[in-house]
Write a new protein. Structure first.
Length: 69
């Protein structure tokens, strides 16, 4: 069990528990303390309307380290 320090800086990690494809949306939701569905919808809108959502997701999937339990 990991003891959380309230003064430690937050780290952006890909989620292991809240993931559908790569855990990027779940990790962003944990980092910003919002629901993962909102992040997923934002990526879907970006993919449909601007075409950049898929590219941004792939880049984040490569760059953001995975959270280990």
């Amino acid at each position: 069990m990991e003891i959380m320090d309230p003064y430690a800086p937050k780290r952006l990690k890909r989620s292991v528990r809240d993931k559908m494809i790569g855990g990027v949306c779940g990790g962003l939701a944990n980092y910003f303390d919002v629901d993962a569905t909102l992040i997923r919808l934002a990526f879907a809108f970006a993919a449909i309307f601007a075409g950049t959502g898929v590219l941004a997701y792939l880049i984040m999937w490569i760059i953001i380290p995975q959270q280990f339990e």
